[in-house]
Ligand binder design. Structure first.
Ligand code: ACO
Ligand code: ZN
Length: 164
């Protein structure tokens, strides 16, 4: 536990209901329990939760993908795709999402050799866009009508810099 009063740890199977509840509360993009379990089975090191006083208040889940770099044309790259991140409203603005993202990127690099991280975010989601820009992400492309309700997404990406 840091001085900030939260702790980042790996997701466990018994966190599933809690994580699904947080996702429902925070985002219109929701998933089946199978979807969460499958991501956890394949990429456990980049599925993390944040605990405050022993209760989970936020999560991040990622998929490691092979594809072309979003930042350099035509360069085959191992990508850490942030599928979903959320922090419950009363626990925002204390660095929890930043810590979840940093740890997921560190593990994506160390455990799965990802060299770039990317995600999609609603063009209207200013808090999230600010968060990603603060962590060094840049907008690489606008994806028209990406969301079910027709809203566009920004695709944002950042190189993962390995630290000794
Ligand atoms: N307004 C302006 N800037 C903000 C805001 C805000 N409401 N929230 C975060 N930021 C920026 C600030 O620069 C902040 O640093 P500061 O507090 O020192 O000014 C920085 O981001 C870091 O903020 P954190 O405290 O680390 O972020 P937090 O734990 O509050 O979580 C999150 C941010 C995840 C976006 C949260 O607001 C949330 O859960 N929102 C609803 C769900 C959501 O939109 N998730 C992202 C969807 S896209 C995807 O999942 C790939
Ligand atoms: Zn995505």
């Amino acid at each position: 536990m840091g001085s900030e009063g939260f702790r980042i740890r790996g997701f466990r199977s018994d966190d599933l209901n809690r994580v699904m509840t947080i996702n429902f509360e925070c985002l219109p993009e929701n998933y089946s329990s199978y979807f969460y379990r499958d991501l956890y089975r394949r990429f456990p090191k980049t599925f993390l939760v944040a605990e405050v006083d022993g209760d989970v208040q936020g999560y991040i889940m990622c998929r490691i993908e092979r594809g072309l770099s979003k930042l350099h044309s035509f360069r085959p790259t191992r990508l850490c795709h942030v599928v979903s991140i959320a922090v419950r409203e009363p626990y925002r603005r204390r660095g929890i999402a930043s810590a979840l993202l940093r740890e997921a990127m560190r593990n994506g690099s160390a455990e799965y050799r990802a060299t770039e991280c990317f995600l999609e975010v609603r063009v209207s989601n200013e808090p999230a866009i600010r968060l990603y820009e603060k962590l060094g992400f840049s907008k690489v492309r606008r994806s028209p009508g990406y969301y079910m309700d027709g809203e566009d997404a920004w695709v944002m990406a950042v190189p993962i810099v390995e630290k000794a």
